[in-house]
Ligand binder design. Structure first.
Ligand code: URA
Length: 434
């Protein structure tokens, strides 16, 4: 088999066979196929696309390129949850203990934040001592004994994706549905869960900017999951404003804890219940969405979700005292309000821009090597659609560096749009693809 022939075939718009896709992924991962030929094939895929079968084959070949986690020693149906990335998205912090508190095993691999989006692993590290580097044995033992463990992605999980993603990034071939879907799904499938609930974000803070493209991506990923034998559900949710009020690591963790204490913001609660009820359906813990939502709400009301969070954090070496005393979380030195310059209605809170402001305050990484400040970020005081009067507080900046406050304030004033009326009807949940 020659790489030249594969490139020519795809250039002509023809279908690649399973063997050809395996040859490409295997050879590229081993360094036997040079970047220039891989780049040419990626560009041909970008223009001429892959069909469902080719996309599933590409995903499978990527899964097979490295280690796979075997969760078969864990009893029950293991359900994973994955978000395509957003601003203020702390859902995993409240959702996973809530689901685990109902007896469903959660064995999750998560990532760190990059750019304007945050990562679950960084947020969990706001608990002093929390370890995300568990051995496979510790990971399994925790899931078997307390139903939950979350760890960072192992070094050799889907090495093909690491190499391909780096190449796509510099050859303008990231935004192809088959390439994105296979990249995300290969990592989920290699992590070993039986079922996967995907939160596909749509809006200006998300990868997918329109409901149509988000639905296309969700459908592509659900197809891959189903073709490779894992039940997969795609929830399409709004990321046209930050989720909840808090953006920044410890600030987001506090908001997630508040949800488990029964005081969660409306949108975060609704998304948690939507994703959670689908996880419960996959795990056969409930027969209907209504029944599943009732169980999740009960676990908030009776405090079992909160207890599970404490158990989970303690089991991974984290200090749980901040859960009952927020003053023990990393705290910013300066908290500065930003006030409304006029009366009106908030018609837009630009999610991506807020992610970038939080990043500049130190909450996120500009590059993979950047150090982050767990204490800093922004807490909104108003959300889209709310009426404001001149002088009302729109948001609070949490910063450890006084020199960064003025710039953040100006950006916030530019990125919260206030107009005379609000007549948009943007749903939180757009659709659910099964
Ligand atoms: N996230 C991924 O993991 N891969 C992509 O290709 C895009 C987003």
């Amino acid at each position: 088999m020659r790489m030249y022939d594969l490139i020519m075939k795809k250039r002509k718009g023809e279908e690649l066979t399973t063997e050809e896709i395996n040859f490409f992924v295997d050879g590229f991962t081993k360094g036997e196929i040079p970047d220039y030929q891989a780049s040419a094939l990626l560009m041909a895929i970008f223009f001429n696309k892959m069909n469902k079968r080719e996309t599933a084959d590409l995903t499978n070949a990527m899964v097979e390129s490295g280690d796979k986690i075997d969760l078969s020693n864990i009893n029950g149906i293991k359900v994973d949850k994955h978000s395509t990335g957003g601003v203020g998205d702390k859902t995993s912090i409240c959702l996973t203990p809530l689901v685990a508190s109902l007896g469903i095993p959660v064995a999750k691999m998560s990532g760190r934040g990059l750019g304007h989006t945050g990562g679950t692993i960084d947020k969990l590290e706001t608990f002093k001592g929390f370890s995300v580097e568990l051995t496979e044995e510790e990971f399994m033992n925790n899931v078997n004994s307390i139903n939950i463990a979350i760890m960072g992605q192992s070094g050799n999980l889907v090495p093909a994706d690491k190499k391909l993603y780096a190449l796509r990034d510099v050859t303008a071939t990231v935004d192809n549905m088959s390439l994105i879907a296979s990249s995300i799904m290969s990592k989920k499938l290699a992590s070993g869960a039986d079922a996967i609930v995907l939160d596909v974000k749509v809006g200006d803070g998300a990868f997918m900017k329109t409901p149509e493209t988000a639905k296309e991506l969700a459908t592509e990923m659900v197809n891959i999951g189903n073709m490779l034998g894992r039940q997969t559900i795609g929830v399409i949710s709004d990321m046209d404003q930050p989720l909840g009020y808090a953006i920044g690591n410890s600030l987001e963790v506090i908001e997630a804890i508040e949800l488990l204490k029964g005081n969660g913001p409306k949108d975060l609660l609704e998304l948690t219940l939507t994703l959670g009820s689908n996880m419960l359906l996959c795990a056969k813990k409930a027969d209907t969405v209504e029944e599943a939502r009732k169980l999740l709400l009960e676990s908030i009301e009776n405090g079992k979700g909160l207890e599970k969070l404490k158990e989970f954090v303690a089991a991974q070496g984290g200090d749980i005292t901040p859960i009952d005393d927020y003053s023990k979380f990393p705290k910013a030195k300066y908290i500065e309000p930003v006030v409304a310059p006029r009366d009106g209605y908030i018609t837009k809170i630009k999610a991506e821009a807020f992610g970038l402001i939080a990043m500049e305050l130190g909450a996120g990484r500009a590059t993979k090597e950047s150090e982050i400040d767990l204490a800093v970020g922004i807490v909104l005081n108003k959300k889209r659609g709310e009426a404001v009067s001149k002088g009302d507080v729109l948001a609070y900046i949490h910063s450890n560096d006084i020199s960064k406050i003025e710039k953040a304030k100006n950006s916030i004033l530019e990125d919260i749009i206030i107009e005379d009326k609000y007549d948009l009807n943007i749903p939180l949940i757009y659709d659910i693809v099964r």
